[in-house]
Design a binder for this molecule. Structure first.
Ligand code: GLC
Length: 418
């Protein structure tokens, strides 16, 4: 059995971390399978995948295609981008088609809008194609139109939450859609293990003993809410013993969709937070960064399709405050294993931070319950079983194949998990 995964970028954003867990969980569940990963860009994802025994091929996106993105672009700029990307994409499509054909895949599994389209345009013959949808499609003008036009070439869409599945269903009612929650490595994302010196990473003097460390770990995509986090911190009285950390960096190539570090530092300065907030830059060792915090904040301003960092921080036993909307709200129960706040509500976020700063017992209780929830719902075995069921459903695995594990029982993905 040979699965070919297609992913546009080589950096480790949420969709790529999710892909790594897929690869790791299938390695464990079906060690005899050949897993290939075709990437449009080199980066840490390639190295991590290779270390799992996945064969990686780099088919670099031409720059015009790599930069194409419709999330923050006006219609005219988008048209200009499209014109530039069109010629490059046609040439790329021919190259990719050759590569995919030479691999003789039993199933193609694509990640990211560009690869969904390229997968649809390049799949050899009737090779089953599974689109793995990690984001809301209906809000993306260009991507949603192009995907709708190409949906007949896809056999199934895997959605990372019920909420993303529902969004997709409104656009493509005839496409089979299977919600599958992401998983994480519960040994890496654990309560015990190395920590980082977030102060020195941020170039700040060591914090006073007793300081509560509150951090937001995310890419610098504009909707990840770094500005809401900063404004929430600015609302707290100066004597509240906290230090904030913005952990991450602008890792994507797409046009206009990200904050620059300078922009965020400027916002922190204008709020008088320069000594209260540190910027660590991109950190590869996410579990160590999360373990170094007392409180992990997720503050996306738009409904979060899933929110890997929420389950990662829960698995590390941290008290989590998350923006309660979209798929993210399926991951936790407010007050039981994390705290919620409304997306963009800086006053609400400030209140929840203060509540946790003042209540050590609550932080510990949420941390323990978060870890239990992660162990119950977000482990790789469940993920592998659900993926095998999808590959079987699209005809990639013969029903009598020895690799085929028993049909999984309905799992968390069938309902809200917590
Ligand atoms: C995308 C989504 C994010 C999700 C990740 C993994 O990056 O925006 O919410 O956690 O994919 O599915």
């Amino acid at each position: 059995m040979r699965v070919v995964y297609l992913n546009p970028c080589g950096q480790l954003g949420g969709a790529e971390t999710s892909l790594l867990e897929i690869l790791a969980s299938l390695r464990a569940a079906a060690p005899d399978w050949e897993l290939w990963l075709v990437l449009g860009e080199d980066g840490p994802l390639a190295e991590e995948a290779r270390s799992l025994g996945v064969r990686v091929l780099l088919e670099h996106f031409p720059p015009a295609l790599a930069r194409l993105g419709d999330s923050q672009t006006g219609p005219l700029a988008l048209l200009a981008q499209l014109a530039r990307a069109a010629v490059a994409s046609v040439r790329y499509k021919i190259r990719l088609a050759r590569v995919v054909k030479s691999l003789h895949p039993d199933v193609i599994h694509s990640n990211g809008f560009k690869m969904h389209l390229l997968g649809a345009w390049t799949r050899p013959g009737r090779t089953p194609l599974a689109w793995h949808i990690h984001d809301y499609v209906s809000t993306r003008r260009l991507a949603s139109r192009l995907l709708c036009l190409s949906q007949r070439a896809s056999n199934v869409a895997i959605a990372n939450s019920q909420s993303v599945a529902a969004d997709l269903r409104t656009l493509m009612p005839d496409l089979p859609i299977v919600p599958i929650y992401n998983a994480i490595d519960l040994d890496r994302f654990s309560t015990a293990g190395t920590k980082l010196d977030l102060d020195s990473l941020s170039g700040l003097p060591p914090a006073e003993p007793g300081t509560i460390r509150v951090g937001l770990l995310a890419t610098f995509a504009r909707w990840k809410g770094q500005q809401v986090f900063l404004r929430a911190l600015a609302r707290l009285a100066p004597e509240v013993p906290i230090r904030g950390y913005i952990i991450g960096g602008p890792i994507y190539q797409t046009n206009g969709s990200q904050w620059s570090r300078q922009e965020l530092e400027e916002q922190a300065r204008s709020l008088g937070l320069e000594r209260k907030v540190g910027f660590t830059g991109f950190v590869r060792d996410t579990p160590a960064a999360l373990r170094s915090l007392d409180i992990a904040v997720h503050a996306s301003t738009a409904p979060e399709p899933f929110g890997m960092v929420i389950i990662e921080a829960m698995a590390c036993g941290k008290a989590v405050i998350a923006a309660q909307a979209g798929g993210a709200s399926e991951l936790f129960t407010d007050g039981e294993n994390a705290l919620g706040h409304a997306p963009g509500d800086e006053a609400g976020l400030a209140r929840q931070i203060l509540r946790l700063v003042d209540d050590r017992e609550l932080r510990e209780r949420l941390g323990k319950a978060g870890r239990r929830a992660a162990e119950t719902h977000f482990h790789g075995k469940r993920l592998a079983q659900e993926l095998l069921a999808v590959y079987r459903k699209v005809g990639a695995i013969p029903d009598d194949s020895p690799s085929t594990a028993p049909t999984p029982q309905p799992t968390a993905a069938g309902s809200e998990v917590c």
